[in-house]
Design a binder for this molecule. Structure first.
Ligand SMILES: [Fe+2]
Length: 386
């Protein structure tokens, strides 16, 4: 593509000379003063380069170049000036919008080389702008795809077990409350929320007979169930914006004493987000009905968390949750940190959540699939089996 150059000089002979030197390789348009040049600029949207004389009646070259910015901000600007125009040179350089000044009288080959370099700079700038636009578009597309994928995954799990959707949302609320209390940044809260919503997504591969079993799991079933953090992480995959959340998900069953899974990490080696998820997950599991036992209530749940703090849970996170939930009142939606995913507990009907799974659990119990857990088992399983 041939570049278009605007040539401006109040002496027609000079314009002609410039045209003769440049028109072999470039298209040229011309003007004999500043006002006319601005008009030409508006008419030709594809001008890449402006070459103007400094000394012109009415509007100087520097003034013209300055005003041309509003019309063609991307164009490259060259000023032709005599050695005596020191002030013009200083102005031109200070204004920062002049690519180069060429002293008069100019040398033909030197001018051609200057124009060539100027247009290379123009092309590079254009390419950069285009790349930034493409990159920004690709990134926002990726982000959109990620969020769309997360919602699709959450919906898929919801379809399989309506109990879990309410659980993941509540876990994300509790996790956000803990995170906010310990001073996490908005970006960290966002990753935490993503992790919370996705932490159990790997359960999509666990058979319903295990998921909804109204009794203690056998060792084999426990083994299948305990694979879900790894499966959750696998499902999240390589989406760049989910990598931090993925680490939280993978390690959300690691215990402080190193007896958890899948990596047997201990203490602060467990990512903070994963430690938060564990506390939020356990609290919600204990304060809501599960196939193998009824909810045990806020007070007993907090007592259980405190009893297991240090061994299983990070004590400062248990403290944070206890502090923020107080006497166990439902978190006030207005006090909750903003949800990155735009999901809130208000979007689920607590009376509906879990109905499908309770019905199924009852059906399985009626069939006598397994014996119901003893009272002792129920309490020892205050902390979730998965
Ligand atoms: Fe889990």
């Amino acid at each position: 593509m041939r570049h278009k150059i605007l040539l401006v000089d109040d002496e027609e002979a000079n314009v002609r000379l410039l045209r003769r030197v440049l028109s072999d390789e470039y298209d040229t348009v011309e003007a004999l003063n500043g006002q006319e040049a601005l008009k030409v600029l508006k008419e030709h949207e594809d001008i890449s380069l402006i070459i103007t004389d400094q000394r012109m009646p009415g509007m100087t070259g520097v003034q013209l170049l300055k005003e041309s910015l509003a019309i063609r901000p991307d164009a490259i600007r060259i000023l032709l000036t005599g050695y005596t125009d020191v002030q013009a040179l200083i102005d031109a350089i200070n204004s920062g919008h002049v690519y180069k000044y060429v002293p008069k009288p100019w040398d033909r080959d030197e001018l051609k080389l200057t124009v060539k370099r100027a247009l290379e700079a123009y092309d590079l700038k254009q390419r950069n702008t285009q790349l930034v636009v493409e990159l920004t578009g690709a990134l926002s597309q990726l982000e959109e795809v990620s969020l769309g994928t997360i919602r699709a995954l959450a919906d898929a799990l919801d379809a399989k077990c309506d109990y879990t959707s309410g659980h993941s949302l509540r876990v994300s609320q509790y996790a956000l409350l803990i995170g906010k209390t310990i001073g996490l940044t908005n970006e960290e809260l966002r990753d935490l929320e993503l992790g919370a919503v996705l932490h159990d997504i790997g359960k999509i591969g666990v058979p319903e007979s295990i998921l909804w079993k109204p009794a203690k799991l056998t060792p084999e079933e426990t083994q299948i169930m305990s694979e879900h953090p790894v499966k959750s992480a696998q499902i999240i995959g390589d989406l760049p914006s989910l990598q931090k959340a993925k680490r939280f998900v993978l390690h959300h069953h690691e215990f402080m004493d190193g007896s958890g899974y899948p990596s047997k990490l201990a203490g602060e080696d467990i990512p903070l987000g994963a430690r938060i998820l564990l506390v939020a997950d356990a609290y919600d599991a204990m304060t809501s009905d599960r196939p193998y036992r009824k909810a045990i209530g806020h007070e007993r749940a907090m007592a259980e968390l405190k009893k297991c703090a240090g061994r299983q849970f990070d004590p400062k996170l248990v403290e944070a949750l206890a502090g923020v939930l107080g006497e166990g009142a439902e978190p006030n939606p207005h006090e909750l940190p903003p949800s990155y995913l735009g999901m809130s507990l208000a979007s689920i009907d607590p009376k509906q959540t879990g109905r499908q799974f309770l019905r199924e659990a009852e059906r399985l119990a009626r069939q006598g699939t397994d014996s119901s857990p003893s009272e002792g088992e129920k309490i020892s399983q205050a902390v979730p089996q998965s």
